[in-house]
Design a protein around this ligand. Structure first.
Ligand code: SAH
Ligand code: SF4
Ligand code: F3S
Length: 463
């Protein structure tokens, strides 16, 4: 038998990803685990052999989207004479389990975020119509250990999950239930993955975790002997400094952080590590201490503002980002005004705001003080207007500057490329396709709410 004929027959794999970047990372890893079985990614669900919906449960709308998408995919499965395996993965899978198959019987498999390494086995079982079709156990490290050690990089930027899960139990949030307890991956595994990405031309790594700054790990004794930090236990700051030493990795980001885990060493790393990008996404959710308490956030507005001040001291150029929830149970006009004042004080580069969505099984879902929908909507609009004004001003402040841009792809128009600024803004400019994957100097000439426009300043590498 030649190696040609021993290769598995190509099968078509369609993965649709909802929710946060951790799901984006997980979808990539599902592609990696299925590749040796002959699964090739395709762009649409029709005619796919295997369709995976990697779902999000964070707000009611996110969950409902999944069921309406499943309705569409069911029709495609029927049109294909039933020759399609439908898998539901991610946080809805974890939260609703077998209920998904009851609501949509066309679904063949349900697997939670810790079960992706079992996907090949489950798909095989589904095709023989035998065995378990539900995997929602929590075994996070087993998952990481069992996934392929190498990954196929897709361009000059990559996500790398270093931490999973959450023990914070904010009263509005489903994540502790869908992703399980906080768990950090070991340093050596992370470094191996980062080196592997660098070898494939990746220049920017975003370290991911539901609480990424809660990451901690044992410092390998050998490295301690070499003088890389004296503590036996590393925090995220030391991990970032270490990854920054990998040749080819010029940019490091991390998301999302929690104020309670923001230690001084991580703040210091923003000042002393060149590869650390000047961007911090630190969700505060509310500016009212009453609401923060009811949310079980474990920090006050003052504590948060203190972190932001220290961060600006360590890195004056930093872009600050956050998430907000409006209309949390009991939120008064005064509480909301506290949020507006906090926003005015911090002055954000970008922030995401959401109307509170009660989630089944979370403590806040049973709290009194329901905020009427029209009031919540009004608050959301007022907050967004302020945040967008700040975002526009932040983007406009770059006009006239020449900045290093990592070129991440071709633009919509011929001869146009796009890339990412150090502050995570999208930048569009005319440049030859050969600049792809390089860091080039771009003079910013225009700015909108969501992007910068620039001109290539000499076709030179900036870094
Ligand atoms: N781990 C991250 C948050 C992940 S969820 C953190 O702690 O910051 C992303 C955002 O969704 C949250 O920051 C919050 O603003 C929003 N969110 C979470 N649960 C929500 C709910 N029940 N209703 C509305 N927004 C919610
Ligand atoms: Fe959810 Fe709070 Fe955990 Fe973030 S810290 S994932 S908001 S419970
Ligand atoms: Fe959604 Fe799960 Fe991420 S609920 S935001 S996909 S951790």
């Amino acid at each position: 038998m030649t190696s040609e004929t021993s290769r598995p027959e190509p099968k078509r794999l369609f993965i649709k990803t909802y929710g946060c970047q951790m799901n984006v990372y997980d979808s990539e890893r599902m592609r990696d685990v299925l590749r040796p079985l002959g699964y090739q990614p395709v762009e649409t669900a029709d005619n796919a052999d295997l369709v995976v919906l990697n779902t999000c449960h964070i707000r009611e709308k996110a969950t409902e989207k999944v069921y309406s998408e499943l309705g569409q995919i069911k029709k495609m499965k029927e049109a294909a004479g039933g020759r399609m395996t439908i898998a539901v993965a991610g946080c809805v899978a974890q939260a609703e389990g077998a209920e998904i198959m009851r609501r949509q019987p066309a679904v063949d498999l349900v697997l939670g975020p810790q079960a992706y390494h079992k996907l090949p086995e489950m798909v095989a079982r589904a095709s023989r119509a035998v065995g378990e079709r539900l995997e929602t156990e929590f075994e996070t490290l087993e998952k990481f250990d069992a996934l392929p050690k190498t990954r196929e990089a897709d361009g000059p930027t990559a996500f790398l999950s270093v931490q999973e899960g959450c023990d914070k139990f904010c009263t509005f949030c489903v994540v502790p239930y869908t992703r399980g307890a906080e768990l950090s991956r070991p340093v050596d595994d992370i470094i191996f993955e980062a080196r592997n990405l660098a070898a494939q031309g990746v220049r920017e790594i975003s370290l991911l975790g539901q609480n990424v700054n809660a990451w901690h790990g044992a410092a390998p004794t050998l490295r301690q002997a070499q003088g890389e930090g004296s503590q036996a236990e590393w925090g995220l700051g030391q991990l970032v400094r270490h990854i920054a030493k990998i040749g080819g990795i010029d940019r490091i980001r991390y998301t999302t952080s929690h104020p309670r885990d923001m230690d001084d060493d991580l703040i210091a790393a923003h000042g002393d590590t060149e590869a650390m990008m000047p961007f911090l996404h630190l969700p505060v959710q509310s500016g009212s201490n009453t609401i923060l308490k009811a949310m079980n956030r474990g920090h006050t507005a003052e504590h948060y503002l203190d972190i932001m001040r220290k961060m600006r001291e360590a890195q004056p150029d930093i872009a600050l980002a956050s998430d907000f929830i409006v209309g949390f149970p009991g939120e008064s006009d005064k509480d909301f005004e506290d949020t507006m004042n906090l926003v005015r004080e911090v002055n954000y580069a970008i922030a995401y705001s959401f109307k509170y969505s009660p989630r089944p099984g979370t403590p806040a879902a049973d709290m009194f003080g329901h905020v009427p929908d029209d009031v919540a909507t009004e608050r959301l609009h007022a907050l967004q207007a302020l945040l967008w004004e700040q975002q526009r001003a932040f983007n406009a402040s770059k006009i006239g500057q020449t900045i290093p841009v990592l070129v991440t792809g071709k633009g919509r128009l011929d001869g146009q490329m796009h890339g990412r600024s150090p502050w995570q803004q999208a930048v569009h400019f005319d440049a030859p396709a050969s600049t792809y994957g390089q860091i080039v100097n771009v003079k910013i000439v225009g700015a909108t709410l969501n992007a910068l426009a620039g001109e290539l300043a000499h076709a030179v590498e900036a870094a």
